[in-house]
Design a protein around this ligand. Structure first.
Ligand code: OSB
Ligand code: MG
Length: 377
């Protein structure tokens, strides 16, 4: 296929409630959707959609939203256009000369992948080798103003039927809310925490006090670069250590596993450069007996649909952050937003990621459009 034209649709979607993590509070979702137009070998036009998971500020990872758009426009899209022949499987290779910028690369690979699969009439789940028609749906709960509020919010999600609770924690909002949630909802609640790198190894004794609460895992307690320190922490606490921010590639996953820094890995396609690298991490982890689950970045219905297919691979043995669209949004950009029912979400079966962008909603959420065009079109 040849990449002929690329549009970046910048959008803003209101969140149903503020979402607070140890690195800050989000009140709106700002991102851009990538619309890629490709020409197939037999002369047909294929359109595919991707989305960026970069946050507006570089607080979760070094990338940020405006930077991701710039990197796509200035370096990545021109490289794909210049390459002539492009497939989803070669995007990563064609962009390897650009260091880092995984989220920008992932957004682009996503759009090419969706276009390619639509042209073939094949679903992403079938392409990946997904083995389940539904996947368990977990919910990520932000840091609340009080312990009582935490219990109330968690109770609301459990009433809706979510299969697993993940609670964000930070110093000063950790032991008490965790103990209260465990006490209120019982020992059988699948329950885990996410620190988003808010602690240091000097907090090991404090963190080990979480051990008595029977958590599924603690996600990314230490800094992104602290792989060895995570291994040390894992020796000092019995709660399984799961990495998110630190796993930026398949190589990083292999290092973390070899060093004993992760007995569980959160796989986020955007963080690692795309869905194909995400599948490689699944494969490596599975070969080592390391459990994986699919993380989230408050994606729109496009990213959530793709995540559900990924999470249907056999190594995804823990519930993912694949909540229903209504967890974050009253309205989504796709015609059929992800819906949680009976603790699961359905894996889409339509061509590509299996979702359609709603033109009217896209226009309503859109704050601007930019275009990268092939001179030789
Ligand atoms: O650490 O998993 C995280 C959102 C933004 C940045 C980092 C994280 C998150 C979430 C959201 O936890 C989970 C979701 O999208 O449902
Ligand atoms: Mg996380």
């Amino acid at each position: 296929m040849k990449l002929e034209r690329l549009l970046l649709h910048h959008i803003e979607m209101p969140l149903v409630a503020p979402f607070t993590t140890s690195f800050g509070t989000q009140t709106v979702k700002r991102t851009f959707l990538v619309e890629a137009r490709l020409r197939t070998a037999d002369g047909r036009t294929a359109i595919g959609w991707g989305e960026s998971v970069a946050l507006p500020d570089p607080v979760y990872s070094p990338e940020h939203l405006a930077g991701a758009a710039l990197v796509i426009e200035r370096w990545l899209a021109p490289a794909l256009i210049a390459a002539g022949e492009v497939t989803a499987e070669t995007v990563g290779h064609l962009l390897r000369h650009v260091v880092g910028h995984q989220m920008a690369k992932a957004a682009l690979e996503m759009a090419v992948l969706d276009a390619q699969l639509r042209a073939e009439g094949r679903s992403f789940a079938s392409y990946l080798g997904a083995v389940a028609p539904t996947v368990p749906s977990g919910v990520s709960v932000g840091i609340q103003d009080s312990v009582q509020e935490t219990v109330r919010v968690v109770g609301g999600y459990l009433e809706q039927g979510y299969a697993r609770i993940k609670l964000k924690i930070q110093p000063g909002a950790d032991l008490a809310p965790v103990a209260a949630v465990r006490r209120t909802f019982g020992d059988d609640l699948p329950f885990q925490v996410d620190a988003n790198a808010a602690y240091t190894l000097a907090d090991a004794a404090h963190l080990s006090r979480l051990d008595e609460h029977g958590l599924l895992l603690i996600e990314q307690p230490l800094g992104e670069a602290d792989i060895r320190q995570h291994a040390e922490l894992a020796r000092r606490m019995s709660t399984p250590v799961c990495l998110d921010e630190s796993v930026v590639s398949a190589e990083a996953a292999a290092d973390a596993i070899a060093l004993g820094a992760a007995s569980v890995i959160n796989i986020k396609p955007g963080r690692v450069g795309g869905y194909l690298e995400a599948r490689r991490i699944h494969d490596i982890s599975r070969a080592h007996g390391v459990a994986v689950w699919c993380g989230g970045m408050l994606e729109t219905g496009i990213g959530r649909a793709a995540n559900a297919a990924l999470a249907a691979l056999p190594g995804f043995t823990l519930p993912g952050d694949i909540s229903g669209s209504d967890r974050f949004y009253t309205e989504d950009v796709v015609t059929e937003p992800m819906r949680m029912h009976d603790g699961v979400v359905d894996v889409p079966t339509g061509p590509g990621f299996g979702v359609e962008v709603d033109p009217e909603r896209l226009e309503r959420f859109r704050t601007g459009v930019t275009e990268v065009e092939s001179a030789a079109r």
